[in-house]
Design a protein around this ligand. Sequence first.
Ligand SMILES: [Mg+2]
Ligand SMILES: [Zn+2]
Length: 188
Amino acid sequence: MEKALFLDKDGTLIKDVPYNVDPKRVVCYPDIFKPLRMLQKNGYKLIVVSNQSGIARRYFTAEELEIAFSELRKQLMTEGIHLNGIYYCPHGDRASDMQCICRKPLPGMLYQAAAELHIDLKKSWMIGDILNDVAAGRAAGCKTILVDRSQQERKKDRMEDPKFMPDFITDNFYGLTQVITLEKEYYE
Ligand SMILES: [Mg+2]
Ligand SMILES: [Zn+2]
């Protein structure tokens, strides 16, 4: 069984441009490269899990989205980082939409990735910029880190709800390696 980092995309790995699929506007945060490279070297699979309701809203097609994902893969590859999987939820969140099991805060994408890529969820981490990412990770039994770059998400009332409470909060990716490495020594 493998261990993994489940990574939100928008606002976590790349700058959040709502509903963007233009590869020219896929811009990685520069602080992600070193931590991801190091954690990958330490045996973590890197798996993107992303809500993409723009498909349900017909803002873009799955093919257009794939082009944006290819761009992300390419930029990471240039930095020596290989994504082991990309999972996305194409469904919407409006009342008229069919309720799915994969849209975060639900844990469906994490369960699917765990089954397909032989991931031990208990040894894995969910990393994201909003509390819905944290909730998905918690529901799947992962440890969670909120990367709260703007320091706004941590002020939300629902963070007091155990469902949404991250194990750790960091302002950026630099704090991440230390948290995960120290935790590993503690548990194993
Ligand atoms: Mg996000
Ligand atoms: Zn879904």
